[in-house]
Structures are given as structure tokens and as C-alpha cells.
Design a protein around this ligand. Structure first.
Ligand SMILES: [Zn+2]
Length: 153
């Protein structure tokens, strides 16, 4: 397994109902990549629920943040959050996923970034939503986390 040192958050700049298969098609057929560029996709499904689906396996580097892919996990939320406000239910789903990934890979909120935070200024507006709100929610999850054996060590 490659070493994971950061999590990078994105938006699709498309509809909230954009599915993993649609994104995979853009990346594979459109860009000629081997697979979808993101590791996880949070989207509004046909039942009206915000759900998380796996994209590229985490064992393989993604294609989502230039020069930062080698050690990062890329998570995208379907929707355009430069134009629209991130719905609260999407924020909850994203934060829960990011928190789970922090725990799995022994990361903190210091290791969680929005795409534009890891690029030179002006490169992108992605992800549009407020990363400090996401990091606050993730921190709340991490504060409440107790390892499954019940120890606090
Ligand atoms: Zn992005």
C-alpha cells in the first residue's frame, strides 16, 4: 500500500446527481485515463440520498491534484459549489467519509485540503465549498472516536 499523507477535496462542477459512472466516462473516454481520477465520490443518488461510492482503489495513485497525487486520496462531491451552496446533507456525508479516512490512515484535519489549497493561487476555484466548515465537522468526528477495543491509547 502506498503511503497516504493527505486528503484532497473537490467538486465536479456539474450536477449533484452526477454519478461515479459518468465521471469515470469523462476521465476514461474523455481524458484517456486508465480509470476515474478520484478515489471516492459523494453524490445525490436516485432515491435523493447523499451517498459515497468508491472510485479508483486507494492502493493506486489518483489523478485529481497535479503534483500531489502520489500520497493523497482524492474525494469529489458532485455539484458546482462555486455556483451553489453545499447542501448540509452533502456536507455531513463528506465529513463522515473524510473522518473515516483520517482514522484509517492516521491523519488529522491538518492533512485535509481543498483542491485550491494545494495549487498555486488562481489555478482553480475547486472545491468551492468552505473547507474550514468541513475540517470543523471532521474534527468533531475525530474527537468522538473511540478505538473499537475501547482503549483510548
Ligand atoms: Zn478539484
Amino acid at each position: 500500500m502506498r503511503e497516504i499523507t493527505e486528503i484532497t477535496c473537490h467538486h465536479t462542477a456539474s450536477k449533484p446527481t452526477t454519478t461515479p459512472d459518468e465521471i469515470r466516462s469523462w476521465h476514461v473516454k474523455g481524458n484517456g485515463w486508465s480509470d476515474i481520477g478520484y478515489h471516492w465520490i459523494v453524490f445525490l443518488d436516485e432515491d435523493g440520498d447523499w451517498v459515497a461510492a468508491e472510485g479508483r482503489p486507494e492502493s493506486r495513485a489518483g489523478a485529481h491534484a497535479k503534483n500531489r497525487n502520489k500520497h493523497s486520496i482524492g474525494i469529489v462531491v458532485s455539484g458546482d459549489y462555486v455556483e451553489d451552496t453545499l447542501p448540509e446533507r452533502a456536507e455531513i456525508a463528506l465529513s463522515a467519509l473524510v473522518a473515516a479516512k483520517c482514522i484509517q490512515h492516521s491523519l488529522t484535519v491538518e492533512n485535509v485540503f481543498g483542491h485550491k489549497e494545494v495549487m498555486r493561487p488562481g489555478y482553480t476555484e475547486c472545491p468551492g465549498y468552505d473547507m474550514d466548515r468541513i475540517r470543523d465537522r471532521v474534527q468533531t468526528h475525530l474527537d468522538a472516536y473511540v478505538p473499537h477495543d475501547g482503549s483510548l491509547a
